[in-house]
Write a protein that binds this ligand. Sequence first.
Ligand code: ADP
Ligand code: MG
Ligand code: ZN
Length: 363
Amino acid sequence: MKYEILARKWRPQSFSEIVGQKYIVRALKNSISSLRIHQSWIFYGSRGTGKTSLARILTKSLNCKFIKTGNPCKICSSCMEIQKGNFIDLIEIDAASRTRIEDIKEILENMQYSPSKGIYKVYLIDEVHMLSNHSFNALLKILEEPPKHVKFILATTIIKKVPDTIISRCLCFNLKKINKKEIYQHLKKVLRHEKIEYEKNGLKIISDKAEGSIRDALSIVEQTISMGNEKIFTADVLNIFGMLKKKNIISIIKNIFLKKTEKLFQCIKKIDSLNVDWEELLNEMIILVHHIAIIKNFNNSKKNFMHMNTENQKKIEEISNYCHIDKIQLYYKILIIGKKELKLAPNPKIGIEMIFFRLLDLN
Ligand SMILES: Nc1ncnc2c1ncn2[C@@H]1O[C@H](COP(=O)(O)OP(=O)(O)O)[C@@H](O)[C@H]1O
Ligand SMILES: [Mg+2]
Ligand SMILES: [Zn+2]
């Protein structure tokens, strides 16, 4: 059987399968079911948040033979063909590779002819910000007065590069980054269906590191599976990101608070042999200092720290006792500035050691 990567296999095929973007989904469904259908839309927002997926679902809704309350049926010939990518009335244009005016003209030449099979001819222009000025002008003219049977869906990651004149002729939708809890839930669902086991913490780290992109999350999952013999191990995830285990970060901070210089430098030596990303280490330390600040500032500490088990949580609460509340901002500042200056050091290990000396001086 042909192998299909997870991100493609799990492309949402109807509005109900879209994670997040609730307000956009509702608006699109309403406009379809009430037949108040706009001529052109623009979807913008960061990568892997559902722009292309939504554009294709909208195309289905516009052309579906058995549309029900705005949702495409997924089984009529139009829906099936759009899913398979061979629907003749969906014209997908990758603006990144077809920026020239000649390209656009050629594509739009056939526009006046009625759709062959569907109800509307849909022009989906992806990465529209890449078009040349001439191409934008040609597009603008058509957007002004397109034939009744034509719809435009534009998508871009950089809305600032799209001329206002184009934007003002479209219904604009800003796709938000997906929050990490939603990503986590989605990954769990995918893995359950794929019958792939996982360690919870590993999956939580992936959800966090994907930075709001479901595509990125699924790609990392795939990469991890290939490392871990069909299972997602936290250790592999940490490895991919050059991260240390939480408990190691905690003991580094503890050694700093307690001024255990010898032990601290043994830790550094060990880390150096592990191929760890030093900047990532500083990041993790900053996150920990933030946790400690929360514990210190709220009597009833907010306990739902992301990707942290109760054992680690207890340890953090314990080490927060060794740190005076007045010093937290200083620790934070040294780490933040240290992160910025790390690349100026002759090598990262020297940079880290000097940052650690500075932290030790605080006690
Ligand atoms: N909102 C979402 N809900 C569910 N899956 C998503 C979502 N956004 C992205 N994905 C996943 O990522 C893949 C790529 O999404 P896509 O719509 O092409 O993103 P974009 O065009 O915004 O870069 C999809 O096939 C799907 O697996
Ligand atoms: Mg896309
Ligand atoms: Zn249908």
